[in-house]
Design a protein around this ligand. Structure first.
Ligand SMILES: [Zn+2]
Length: 347
């Protein structure tokens, strides 16, 4: 049952008149409806095969390895170079997990579909707590992949702000003390503008949709906080397109970038603009506040990585699914999982 030709034309006209945020909203609506989440047995056996076979030793990276029996149904290997026994999932997220790989794979599919922690828990038949922990374990590991991003070509960069959120930091917690009184409905007066209650997020994006972003500080940024975010993730000689905040000059000098500043009140400088970046920011905010109904400041960095992976990166969903499985199931994550070791707010 579709629309008549007239109705369809009318709908197209209406869609054309939407603003960017509304367009994204509709796009997300269409996306989540058509995707499947459950994975087939065939897919599972492929994943299983790929992660239980290995070509090198996880300890010394030698290729001189031989299969040697199974331990609790997992293929064991022996490395002739460093004389160690190992199983390929050692130190990955699958090591010591009580759940089957298929549950993890389904969970990651749910994440690609931007399902809430609660929905993921229901679909995967795991507890809310496990669902929450898995989400951040997966994102902690994925952050590591994002840390390798090297932006090149024309790179648009800008800051955006979001209010500090202590969501999920329980009132009764013994270790967490609210730095201010919780908001009372209506009564509170807050400092307008860029107060220290605003979290500054600095993001960059190139024309190929490679992106990188992180929380930089509270309130207005200085050049150093931005420099520290971007310094390892942009190639020398890139064209760095920003607004006219003076700190960007210094950063461009230090990193050997060709700086193009868009003057206040202008939208372009020659053929350059930061329109793509502005769209990125609206999309990020929709992701955080619309789809996930607000994210605790503590977990913002993880959600930026999540956003970059599902919304910004250009590859199609199948490719993303495979990339995510490959990366999550094979990465040594021993030192990557942050657990409770993350500050409630940026320093
Ligand atoms: Zn070895």
């Amino acid at each position: 049952m579709g629309l008549s030709k007239n109705e369809y034309d009318l709908l197209k006209q209406l869609v054309n008149n939407l603003d960017d945020n509304q367009k994204l909203d509709i796009a997300n609506l269409l996306n989540t409806k058509k995707q499947k989440t459950k994975i087939t047995k065939n897919e599972i056996s492929k994943i299983y095969k790929s992660i239980t076979t290995t070509k090198e030793c996880p300890h010394c990276h030698s290729k001189h390895i031989i299969k040697c029996g199974k331990s609790s149904n997992k293929q064991k290997y022996y490395c002739k170079e460093c004389n160690t026994y190992f199983i390929p999932t050692e130190n990955t997220l699958l090591f010591n997990t009580k759940k089957d790989i298929s549950v993890w794979a389904t969970y990651m599919n749910c994440m690609l579909d931007k399902k809430s922690i609660r929905e993921c828990a229901k679909i995967c038949n795991i507890s809310l707590k496990t669902s929450f922990n898995w989400r951040h374990k997966i994102l902690d590991v994925l952050s590591n992949m994002m840390n390798d991003v090297k932006l090149n070509g024309i790179v648009e960069s800008d800051e955006t702000y979001t209010a500090i959120s202590y969501k999920g930091n329980h009132k009764k917690s013994k270790t967490f003390i609210m730095p201010r009184e919780p908001h009372k409905r209506g009564g509170d007066i807050h400092i307008r503008g860029l107060s220290k209650e605003q979290v500054c997020i600095f993001c960059s994006l190139n024309l190929n949709n490679l992106s990188y972003g992180k929380v930089s500080n509270l309130g207005k940024p200085n050049w150093k906080s931005i420099y520290n975010i971007i310094k390892d993730n942009i190639e020398k000689g890139s064209i760095f397109v920003t607004d006219d905040f003076s700190g960007y000059d210094k950063i461009s000098d230090k990193l050997n970038l060709d700086h193009i500043a868009i003057k206040r009140g202008k939208h372009t400088n020659g053929t350059f603009n930061i329109q793509k970046m502005n769209n990125y920011h609206s999309q990020l905010k929709l992701f955080i506040n619309g789809i996930f109904k607000g994210v605790s400041t503590k977990y913002l960095n993880n959600y930026i990585v999540y956003h970059n992976f599902v919304n910004i990166s250009k590859s199609d969903k199948n490719k993303k699914t495979l990339d995510l499985q490959e990366y999550i199931f094979k990465t040594n994550c021993k030192d990557l999982i942050k657990g409770n070791m993350r500050p409630a707010i940026p320093a």
